[in-house]
Design a protein around this ligand. Structure first.
Ligand SMILES: NC(=O)c1ccc[n+]([C@@H]2O[C@H](COP(=O)([O-])OP(=O)(O)OC[C@H]3O[C@@H](n4cnc5c(N)ncnc54)[C@H](OP(=O)(O)O)[C@@H]3O)[C@@H](O)[C@H]2O)c1
Length: 304
């Protein structure tokens, strides 16, 4: 085994830090957490039976692997800060939800120091209990002559629990997550705010619901309970997201005009274009069935 056994997680006391802390501990690694708030750190360390270190330099200097799991905004600076302290051939990786700035910072340190760098984006949140069939986006940055051996061992470890590894590049990643994370988050935040602005209480609206509203509401309510700060960063720190917002603005403008003018041809055109686009999707034929499966679960719950 070329991948050493000591891993330090910067941001170990956070949601994702703990998920990966447990993962590496369960796979026989010696795990050390670093974060700023000692009380939170102690609590996490007791929970997972791992170590902690309050000095950033000490926490990483003997580590074979360093994982950075702190807010998106602070990650590039943290990478540059720890770069000089890493030992030769150490593997450093982040798990941020945006890749452009982080990829540049990792490239910078791999050009300056004899270390190995990879950037990961787990497509799941801290609530996960089993990683099987979840996706982990991977961006290879590069490093020493041991690079391929080291990262292959890490990726094999992830594959061994059923994670699906998908390799990508920073620009593609950020454009696609603007659509797959930013857009659904935005629609659901706007959905709840649109309802609120009508001053109709949600409980009252629920009494008037058909299936579509109920499912949409459950989806929105689950999103609105998540990490506000990170959801903001995912939209505001991604330059690609602004371009999507501009597209959305012009589409909304067009939609309003169609409705105002009772333009049934324009409406049918938009509807059909959406239909044609979704027909290219592998899930298309099963989507209606999935919808009713979800509804069955919701109905069961409301009967209890
Ligand atoms: N949550 C998700 O669903 C999800 C999914 C995929 C990827 N990610 C990525 O995972 C990363 C962590 O997210 P999270 O949800 O685990 O966040 P979190 O729960 O808020 O945890 C953040 C951790 O970072 C530490 N921290 C914050 N600022 C720091 C700084 N400047 N220097 C050192 N430590 C700092 C915090 O502890 P102290 O404040 O005590 O230092 C805490 O341990 C983010 O980059 C996010 O994009 C999250």
């Amino acid at each position: 085994m070329i991948l050493g056994k000591r891993i330090t997680i910067i941001g170990g006391s956070g949601g994702m830090g703990k998920v990966f802390g447990k993962f590496f501990k369960d796979h026989g690694f010696e795990v050390t957490f670093y974060a700023r708030n000692e009380d939170k750190l102690k609590q996490a360390v007791i929970e997972l039976n791992v170590h902690y270190e309050l000095s950033l330099e000490k926490s990483v200097e003997n580590a074979d692997m360093v994982m950075i799991s702190i807010p998106i905004n602070s990650t590039p600076d943290m990478i540059r800060k720890v770069g000089p302290f890493l030992k030769k051939n150490a593997l450093i990786f982040d798990v941020t939800s945006l890749k452009y700035a982080v990829f540049n910072a990792l490239t910078e340190i791999k050009n300056k120091f004899p270390v190995n760098c990879i950037s990961l984006h787990p497509m799941f949140g801290p609530g996960i209990s089993d990683m099987k069939n979840y996706v982990m986006m991977v961006l290879k940055v590069g490093g020493t002559d041991q690079y391929e051996l080291v990262i292959n061992e890490l990726l094999e470890l992830f594959r061994s629990v059923g994670l699906i590894i998908t390799e990508t590049l920073p620009e593609i990643h950020d454009k696609r997550v603007a659509l797959t994370l930013g857009v659904p988050h935005m629609f659901n935040i706007l959905f709840l705010n649109l309802l609120k602005s009508t001053k109709e209480p949600l409980n009252e609206l629920t009494r008037f619901t058909g299936t579509t509203f109920l499912l949409q509401k459950v989806f929105a309510e689950s999103i609105i309970q998540r990490e506000m700060e990170m959801f903001g960063e995912i939209q505001m720190e991604n330059q690609e997201f602004l371009k999507i917002l501009e597209l959305f603005e012009s589409l909304l403008h067009k939609y309003k005009k169609i409705i105002e003018e009772k333009n049934i041809i324009g409406f049918n055109e938009l509807f059909s274009q959406g239909l044609d686009y979704s027909k290219e999707d592998n899930h298309f034929h099963n989507s209606y069935n999935y919808f009713y499966e979800f509804m069955k679960i919701l109905k069961k719950e409301s009967e209890n």
